[in-house]
Design a protein around this ligand. Structure first.
Ligand code: ADP
Ligand code: MG
Length: 223
């Protein structure tokens, strides 16, 4: 899908205490793009990703997916769209502690009343190297394994677009590197669009297109 964000702004609070988290950010993402976004802490990276993925609404500006304005969707329609088309990966993994790895992975499908595609899930969990960990609870897994379970969950419904908000931020550099390698091979081999926020310029440098955000202002970095 072709994603087009125009002049997205997000202001938190009002009056004296308001914060402009994002200031007229525009960007276009083509199908299969690998995009990285870097910027200091508090610069508006998560705000931008939440707006791009429809997790949050902007104060002003527009966002279209193949020409459809997703902010005009009703809540139910937007959550259904998000579940089908978008996978989101968080820095803190956000796995449910009482569910096994496998149960966490298929949770979004169950919410959508869909049957898991077992052949696909087998392929995916093998690719992610967690095929033999599926009956474990999150606390029985390493950080890197937990993040790979979270990646499998984000991909369970076979979304076309993956957003990742500092996916390696809680990992040591070795498991972080493995997670990035896997995300990149999923993007390349399965033809997904990948938008990744990172503090690490080695990771950012692997993207086809790189953006920087400073005080809510987004700019593309040209080589
Ligand atoms: P980053 O992800 O780059 O660290 P964020 O997008 O989380 O930055 O935050 C950008 C700015 O918006 C920060 O100044 C932050 O304190 C502020 N902010 C984020 N979320 C909220 C909120 N829910 N209410 C008020 N201010 C917020
Ligand atoms: Mg953030």
């Amino acid at each position: 899908m072709h994603i087009e964000a125009k002049e997205l702004s997000k202001i938190y609070g009002t009056g004296e205490s308001h914060v402009t988290a994002l200031d007229h950010a525009s960007l276009e993402i083509m199908p299969g793009d690998f995009v990285s976004i870097m910027g200091p802490s508090g610069s508006g990276k998560s705000t931008l990703l939440h707006l791009l993925s429809g997790l949050d609404h902007p104060t002003s500006g527009s966002l279209t997916y193949d020409g459809r304005d997703i902010y005009s969707f009703r809540d139910k329609e937007l959550s259904a769209f998000r579940r089908r088309c978008i996978g989101f990966i968080f820095q803190q993994f956000n796995l449910l502690p009482v569910l096994t790895a496998r149960e966490n992975i298929i949770m979004p499908l169950l919410l959508d009343k869909k049957q898991p595609d077992n052949a696909y899930l087998d392929q995916l969990t093998k690719l992610l190297g967690i095929g033999d960990r599926l009956t474990h609870l999150p606390h029985e897994l390493s950080g890197g394994q937990q993040q790979r379970v979270a990646i499998a969950r984000a991909l369970a419904a076979q979304p076309e677009i993956i957003f990742a908000d500092e996916p390696t931020g809680n990992l040591d550099s070795k498991s972080g590197g493995e997670v990035i390698d896997m995300l990149e091979s999923i993007q390349k081999e399965l033809g997904k669009t990948l938008v990744i926020i990172t503090h690490d310029n080695r990771i950012a440098g692997r993207a086809d297109r790189q953006f920087m955000i400073t005080d809510g202002i987004l700019m593309e970095v040209t080589a």
